[in-house]
Design a protein around this ligand. Structure first.
Ligand code: ADP
Ligand code: MG
Ligand code: ZN
Length: 466
């Protein structure tokens, strides 16, 4: 039997605010354990929360970037449950009136994955399980603002899920509201998955896999859970609605607990936090702060800069790269040349290094090459030398004697000499012109220590040998 896979995602992203969402403690990753805590975020009785305006603004900004409608009134609610990483015994979240509704993301196959909502809530602390000491708790993360982005069950494969999360992550990073460092838990994904007979309209029972924090995990967990459900149903069994954990070592999903519903949490509006009114003026003011988003940048690159779509796609994938690229084009109006250097030389470096060249350094090198002040080979050499330094391109080129200060006549003289010293090439040129041209150009480049303009050399040789 053929099966359809039905997937809905709940993605959590930590907001990039200075302080936590209901107190003034620092929102900072990597501080010494339990140093960014206060009575509010560890939930001492009687402590009163305040609401971080920046967190609300960032949630609205994320919503606008993802095409959501912004509610006029948003309500913070208590979601009650006990767990050691949540010392208040409730999480402040949103249920009936989240900040953002609807919106969505378009995938490359044309499918529009609808969002159900984006709501604001607080993160819990972190449990660290240590074999020797036991379990430790770090409450620094407790109270860090989180947005939860909930999709409709519109996703049908691991590939679509990965593309969706990639685009979502990139959009959030571009807007600046979240850094989405998956390896630091700054972005985590819950996968809800069910299967149904191919073409059937009725959804099957779903399971939920919690806290997948890499693309690889999302992809593997979807594949493995799909197989498990198919085997189960085809073997005459039934899928139980439950929360499962992804075991990355054994590559399997493991039952954790039966699925709780929103009823189980006894949500109610937090009496300590007033309903948030969001004026249309606020929304428009925030909309004005949106930068160009990846797809809009792509349009700009293709239509204004005449870049091939391929180049544009590569450059928009990373905000740091596209920002760097935009600065380069501001300095030197050669969009395609810059894109070539970026995609070959710069991206090769970034495979195992951080960006260590300035837009000015790169565009200076490109100008030197385009103006035939240095050869392309020396340009590449110069690029290697300048990487990681604050040096000036022209200065290094001059010091390393890369500047082509030969007149054309001087160059032709050198070539003539090479021809005199290699008389055997003249008859050979008739049968193997390419080989001989390459040989003679190589000789000339060696004689001139790489300075000569190889294009000029070839032109002269072709003329001379015909
Ligand atoms: P809950 O409140 O129990 O978490 P929601 O209605 O909020 O349930 O849905 C949670 C997620 O599960 C959403 O992303 C939704 O798209 C997805 N989902 C709902 N039903 C199914 C299903 N049958 N199969 C797969 N995903 C589903
Ligand atoms: Mg839910
Ligand atoms: Zn605090």
């Amino acid at each position: 039997m053929d099966w359809d896979v039905v997937i809905g995602l709940e993605v959590h992203a930590e907001l990039n605010t200075n302080s936590k969402v209901f107190c003034s403690c620092k929102n900072e990753y990597g501080s010494a354990p339990n140093t960014n805590c206060c009575p509010v975020c560890i939930g001492l009785p009687g402590a009163l929360p305040v609401l971080n305006k920046q967190a609300v603004k960032y949630t609205i900004k994320a919503g606008l970037a993802l095409g959501c409608n912004i509610n006029d009134i948003a309500i913070m609610e208590r979601k009650n449950y006990f767990y050691p990483d949540l010392s208040k015994a409730y999480q402040i979240s949103q249920l009936v009136k989240p900040i953002c509704l609807n919106g969505g993301i378009k995938l490359s196959n044309g499918k529009f994955v609808r969002l159900n909502r984006i709501h604001l809530e607080e993160d819990a602390g972190k449990l660290i399980h240590n074999e020797n000491i036991g379990s430790l708790i770090d409450y620094n993360r407790g109270g860090v603002p989180l947005i939860e982005i909930v999709t409709e069950p519109d996703i049908s494969s691991a590939d679509e899920a990965v593309e969706f999360v990639t685009k979502l992550r990139n959009t959030l990073i571009y807007t600046g509201v979240a850094q989405c460092k998956m390896e630091e838990g700054g972005m985590r994904c819950d996968v809800n998955l069910s299967i149904k007979p191919k073409g059937s309209e009725t959804f099957g029972t779903r399971t939920e896999m919690k806290n997948l924090n890499s693309f690889k995990m999302i992809e593997r967990a979807i594949k493995v859970e799909t197989e498990r459900q198919i085997d189960l149903i085809e073997g005459g069994g039934k899928v139980v609605q439950e929360t499962r954990r992804w075991d990355d070592v054994n590559e399997e999903t493991v039952a954790m607990r039966s699925k709780e519903t929103s009823q189980d949490y006894r949500y109610f509006p937090d009496p300590d936090i007033l309903a948030v009114t969001i004026s249309r003026q606020d929304v428009e003011d925030i909309r004005k702060t949106l930068p160009l988003l990846p797809e809009q940048l792509k349009d700009k690159f293709v239509n204004e800069y005449n870049l091939p779509e391929y180049d544009a796609d590569v450059i928009i994938k990373d905000k740091e790269i596209s920002t760097f690229y935009l600065k380069c084009v501001e300095l030197l109006n050669e969009p395609k040349q810059i894109s070539n250097w970026l995609m070959t030389n710069v991206l090769a470096k970034l495979k195992d290094d951080t960006l260590q060249i300035t837009p000015k350094q790169l565009t200076d090198i490109i100008s030197l090459v385009l103006n035939r002040k240095i050869s392309k080979q020396n340009g590449v050499e110069l690029f290697e030398l300048i990487w990681g330094t604050t040096d000036d391109a022209l200065k290094i080129a001059t010091n390393k004697k890369m500047i082509n200060d030969m007149s054309a006549d001087e160059l032709y003289k050198i070539i003539d000499e090479i021809l005199v010293n290699n008389p055997q090439v003249i008859p050979q040129y008739k049968t193997e012109p390419d080989k001989i041209l390459n040989f003679l150009t190589g000789q000339t480049m060696r004689q001139t220590k790489g300075k000569a303009d190889s294009k000029l050399v070839r032109e002269y040789l072709i003329n001379k040998l015909k």
